[in-house]
Design a protein around this ligand. Structure first.
Ligand SMILES: [Zn+2]
Length: 283
């Protein structure tokens, strides 16, 4: 190991705080140092996160212990799954019933031209396992619907909704409220989108903010979407997921972030829990 590399890990050990101090105390006292909660390989892989003052060992362990369901392996699901796997979320479930199409490739960076025709969850899982072999990836080639939502949410610590239909969004919101599983919602179209974090029973749910789906809402296939716009919204969604799991920074709750990338303009829109909400009013 070069001296600069040793120096980096020494600085990193100091930065991650109490674990390093306990180890130094143990050396002075001639006792066994406490085992690190992270392996050397994990410390190296996640070093650029661990040095952040907001992050550290506890946040990294929280990610490793988390089980997250990503609904949709497309324009939003691709950046979400890539960043969550890269960051070290321990178990990622990927849910999508479609196969890769050529028209997906401009905005779905988990899928490449040779993947056309391959189920999206299989294509995505293969890339994620290459990115981070320590992450357990579970592909589910199904569509989330009212009859299977409860079973699919079983054991999940968090759901990230990367679907592109209002029907699915309301189904997921209801299921997450019933199971009290935190949820990150988002949508993207053209050069605009929104992101919203939900702690069921504590903050406004998706239906509190949007009591009914808009009539004749356009879809990507009809209205179009730019790849970088999906990338920005998906990246924001991944960041919200990491905030909800670790608590390192406040998530966008009780409202949503409205993003207009043509401007560009980011606007925080506030919302409150509705006592008569169909999905969370009884919680
Ligand atoms: Zn609600």
């Amino acid at each position: 190991m070069s001296s600069s590399r040793r120096g980096f890990f020494r600085d990193l050990a100091a930065a991650v705080g109490s674990g390093a101090r306990e180890a130094a105390d143990a050396v002075r006292e001639g006792t066994e140092p406490p085992p690190s909660p992270l392996t050397d390989a994990e410390i190296e892989r996640y070093s650029r996160q661990l040095v952040l003052p907001e992050w550290g060992m506890a946040a990294q362990v929280a990610l490793r212990e988390a089980q997250v369901l990503v609904v949709g392996a497309g324009g939003l699901g691709a950046p979400v799954a890539l960043y969550l796997a890269g960051a070290g979320v321990g178990r990622i479930g990927l849910l999508d019933d479609e196969a890769v199409e050529t028209s997906n490739l401009h905005r779905q960076p988990l899928h490449y031209t040779p993947d056309v025709g391959v189920p999206k969850v299989e294509s995505a899982a293969a890339k994620l396992r290459h990115l981070n072999p320590d992450v357990e990836v579970a592909p589910y080639q199904v569509r989330l619907e009212p009859h299977n939502a409860d079973a699919l949410l079983e054991g999940q610590d968090l759901v990230v909704d990367c679907s592109d239909s209002f029907t699915t969004r309301y189904t997921i919101n209801r299921a997450c409220c019933d199971a009290r599983v935190p949820l990150v919602e988002a949508g993207v179209l053209g050069m605009a989108g929104m992101v919203m974090s939900i702690r069921p029973g504590r903050t406004a749910c998706y239906r509190c903010a949007f009591p009914a789906a808009p009539q004749d809402a356009p879809r990507c296939a009809d209205a179009g979407v730019l790849g970088p716009a999906a990338g920005v919204i998906g990246s924001l969604q991944a960041l919200e997921a990491m905030k909800l799991i670790t608590g390192v920074a406040p998530a966008v709750t009780d409202g949503f972030l409205q993003v207009d990338l043509a401007g560009p303009e980011f606007v925080r829109v506030h919302s409150s829990r509705r006592p008569d909400c169909h999905d969370c009013g009884e919680l």
